[in-house]
Structure formats: C-alpha cells, structure tokens
Ligand binder design. Structure first.
Ligand SMILES: [Zn+2]
Length: 309
C-alpha cells in the first residue's frame, strides 16, 4: 500500500524537477527570420517585413485577448471565485519543502571506489536528524492536506456542473483556468547524495550518485533510532551493573573462593592483593551476580583484561 501511495506522489515531485534548458531554438529562429531582410531584393523585402509584422501583431493580439479573457473569467466564474477562496486558505496550510543535494568529497580514489553510499547517507541524516524528521512531517502533512484540498476542489466542480454558464466556449476556458490555478504542493522529497573525488592534478573528477526518496529516508531514520536505543540500553547496562558492586557482595565472593585467586591460587596471607572480577565482562553483557564473579589476584586480573576464561 505504502509503495503504491508513494509512486502516486512521485508524479508530482518529478514535475518540479524539470530544468528549463537555454532557449537556443529561439535565438536561432530569430537569426533565420532576420536573414531574408539582408538577402532579399527591395520589393520582396517589404512583403516579407509586412508578413512578419502581421504575424507579430497576431501573436500580440492573442496574448492580449487571453489576458482579457482570463481576467473576465476570473471575474465572472463562480467556480474560480470559490477556488480562489480555497487557495487563500490552503496556500497557508501547505508547507514549502525543497529537494536537497549533498556533496561528499573522498580523500583518495581507493576511498571513492570502496565507498558505501547508503552508509554515507546514514551519516548525513544522523547529523541532521531533526531536519529530516521535520521534512517527513511536512510531506506527510502536505499529502493529507492535499487530499482534503482535492476533495474540496472536486466538490466545487460538481456543485456548479449544472449552474455555470451555458456557453460552451466559456465553459472550456473556465475549466482550463480552473485546472491551472489548482495548487500542487510538494508531495515527495528527494535527497541526492553525490560522492566525488577530484584527482590532485584536477584533471579528473569522479562522481557517484544515489537518490534517496521519502521511504528510504524513513528507513534510515528508523535504523538510526534503533541504533541510538541500542547504545542507550548498552550504556545503561554498563552503569547499572557497575553500581551493583558493593562491599557485601565483594565479601561474599572472597568468602566463597576461600580468599584465594581462582587462577594462580595465591592468597591474601601470601601478600596477594585480591580483586573481584567479572567472568563475562560487563562490556560483553555480563552481570554483577555471584555466579558471574570470581576472586583474582591483582596480577592475574590485569593479565586477563577483557578476555573470556
Ligand atoms: Zn592470581
């Protein structure tokens, strides 16, 4: 279900990403149109220029008439009035969100070759967890509000289906104007991660790229939160197990082990300094209980470190 929903919204976000190319075609067109003015003989030149001028006049008239018609529609159309009222309310309800692009530069070609983009994304998001959580909230809110807005705009169309002007021409223009005024908020988000490596001589630039959509980011945030929770419980375990050690417990361990080191057997009487040791270290999940504790002399304890015995 979720996947389908996101696919639906992708359609909207993709539209935002269309970049406008340089209008070279217009530059070339103007050049080609100007060429006959220089090349043609006098009589044809006049005909040509008047032809071009009349085309320009036609285009100009059309633009002006569209302006006049649309302002007329905006004034006369009931559905446009209702849509404008809805838009006033909903432009404030939609959050503005923009896609992000993140560059990460690698120290060497080897780093570049072995880089794990997912891991890099994890780190990028971890550093700004609040920001990415906020984006998820905003997009979710936009989707919800957009559904509500869509229902209301449809309602406007249905309510006026039979009441609007009978003029077909007006109706079709009204429909077009209505569609063009419908707000499309940001319904999806994309984080582009670019891994780059520029060689020292600056001759080569290597680039790898991966895009993370809202679902990917949600998954990464879930991983981050899980890892944080794990670290927290681990730290808590370490603290609480250390706090359980006290003189009474220490005495119980020494007594049970007959005041002797469990490894070399030396006793306090022979001058050994006795320690209480965790058999399974706390750092490896061991607990501070009689079963997991043993008596060791100082030198055996230092030799043991964090190793299991
Ligand atoms: Zn010992």
């Amino acid at each position: 279900m979720k996947l389908k929903e996101d696919d639906f919204y992708k359609r909207f976000s993709d539209e935002e990403n269309i970049t406008k190319p340089i209008k070279w075609n217009i530059v070339i067109l103007v050049f080609i149109l100007a060429l006959p003015i220089i090349l043609l003989p006098e009589v044809l030149k006049i005909i040509y220029i008047s032809m071009i001028l009349s085309i320009l006049a036609y285009v100009l008239l059309k633009v002006i008439s569209i302006k006049i018609i649309s302002s007329y529609i905006n004034k006369k159309s009931l559905i446009m009035h209702e849509l404008q009222d809805l838009n006033k309310i909903y432009t404030q309800k939609f959050h503005s969100v923009s896609n992000d692009k993140h560059d990460i530069f690698m120290k060497s070609k080897k780093h570049f070759d072995n880089v794990n983009i997912d891991k890099e994304a994890y780190e990028v998001i971890q550093l700004q967890l609040y920001y990415y959580n906020d984006i998820i909230d905003k997009i979710n809110s936009n989707r919800k509000v957009f559904e509500e807005y869509n229902a209301k705009t449809n309602e406007v169309l249905i309510n006026h289906k039979n009441h609007t002007q009978k003029n077909k021409w007006f109706k079709s223009l009204e429909q077009k104007a209505f569609e063009s005024e419908i707000i499309t908020p940001m319904l999806n988000y994309k984080l582009d991660i670019y891994i780059k490596y520029i060689t020292n001589i600056r001759e080569n630039t290597y680039v790898k790229n991966k895009a993370f959509d809202l679902i990917d980011i949600k998954d990464i945030i879930a991983d981050i939160l899980f890892d944080n929770e794990f670290k927290k419980t681990y730290e808590f375990h370490k603290k609480s197990e250390r706090a359980k050690m006290n003189d009474k417990l220490r005495f119980q361990v020494f007594k049970r082990d007959h005041y002797q080191c469990k490894i070399c057997g030396t006793s306090e009487k022979e001058g050994a300094k006795l320690h209480v040791d965790h058999i399974i270290p706390i750092s490896k999940g061991g607990e501070t209980t009689l079963n997991n504790l043993q008596t060791l002399c100082e030198s055996c304890n230092l030799g043991k470190g964090d190793e299991y015995l």
